[in-house]
Design a protein around this ligand. Structure first.
Ligand code: ZN
Length: 226
């Protein structure tokens, strides 16, 4: 009696076992094609991808995978796809190198999300990053509060470029560790939880003059420990 699952179809789609050997050969060929194509694209390695590069990888990925194991997908059409995609990649790269307006359309542009210890809310919104995501990356860089940070630029790759204040330039700023985000009456300065605007504590019942937020935390003044 057959079970509910038709294992010969699930495992190898009722194809002759010899097809597995063909899959090995197809995979080897497509592996080499991927390798040569990525070398030809001039890319060295991959850290974080821009949207444009992601499109390239997805296009190559789906064209590469199918002919490895679909018996009715030939290798030559896949190679044609590779050639077309890589030519488009090279053409668009040439245009983005030549015209900065075109580069902005394709890659986007770097956006400041923090300047002088204050969060630029519009900039942050345009990057699609949350405040907490930015804080998490700053914590990795030993930042304790925003008063230590001169600027944060979100690159088109999604990487953050961070500049710090010199120790003697550090100012009171919004804490970015959860356990330090609290308010008490005895602190001299407090910071808006939303934008990092920092004021003398007697204002802490007021709306933030900058973003109209109403939550304040004790500002920290510690220097950055490296
Ligand atoms: Zn604010």
């Amino acid at each position: 009696m057959e079970g509910i699952f038709d294992w010969s179809r699930i495992l190898y789609n009722d194809l002759p076992v010899a097809f597995l050997l063909e899959v090995v050969m197809r995979s080897v060929i497509m592996f080499l094609v991927i390798l040569l194509t990525l070398r030809a694209s001039g890319k060295r390695g991959i850290k974080q991808l821009s949207v444009f590069e992601l499109v390239l990888i997805i296009g190559l990925g789906s064209a590469a995978g199918d002919p490895m194991f679909y018996e009715d997908v030939g290798i030559l059409p896949a190679i044609t796809v590779f050639i077309v995609i890589i030519l488009m990649y090279m053409g668009i790269t040439r245009l983005t190198d030549r015209y900065s307006w075109f580069e902005r359309i394709i890659e986007g542009k770097p956006v400041y999300v923090i300047q002088s210890g204050k969060i630029l809310l519009k900039g942050l919104e345009s990057t699609g990053l949350s405040q907490e995501e930015v804080f998490a990356e700053l914590r990795v860089l030993n930042v304790e509060h925003l008063g230590q940070v001169r600027s944060v630029l979100v690159e088109t790759s999604g990487n953050l470029s961070v500049l710090f204040f010199e120790d003697d330039m550090v100012r009171p700023g919004l804490p970015i560790y959860p356990d330090q985000q609290k308010i008490s009456n005895d602190e001299k300065y407090c910071s808006c939880s939303k934008c990092g605007e920092t004021n003398l504590s007697f204002n802490k019942t007021a709306q933030c003059p900058s973003c109209h937020g109403k939550e304040w935390f004790n500002a920290l003044t510690t220097k950055r420990i490296r």
